[in-house]
Design a protein around this ligand. Sequence first.
Ligand SMILES: [Zn+2]
Ligand SMILES: [Zn+2]
Length: 158
Amino acid sequence: MKAAAGDHDSPFAGDRPTDWSQALRAAGLRVTRQRLAVIDAVIQKPHGTIEDILDEVRPHLPRITIQSVYFVMNSLVAAGIVRKLELPDSPARYEVEDHDNHHHAVCRYCGRIEDVACVTGEAPCLRPEAHVDMTIEVAEVIFTAVCHECATTQQARI
Ligand SMILES: [Zn+2]
Ligand SMILES: [Zn+2]
């Protein structure tokens, strides 16, 4: 169904399921209109916040509440279908879990987020040099950046 973590052939969205109902069932979740609508919204709005997802889902399910979106999202994150991003100074953001171990570059002025491919092609991507008495599984890197637009406007300000 999905690429295993560290699949070399899928740096970005390689083996994303085409049948989300089947993906939900495989994850042990019941197939509901809300779940399918939230997955669809996450695909439309990668790195979206809960509010972005709500905006996207509402035209299809007018009576859905933000609490329901949270609830559905948490079940999708727990099932490994959606990946939750915790970025500094930002509400949680969501994207489809492609198991590609990609990282993120975040503009420190406007908050724009871009995907950065896994540096080595497989998790954990980075290993600490100092000895750590644990098995490192995943390294999630946030690159602090300045996007081109902000670089131009910041330059103008100096
Ligand atoms: Zn920017
Ligand atoms: Zn991403």
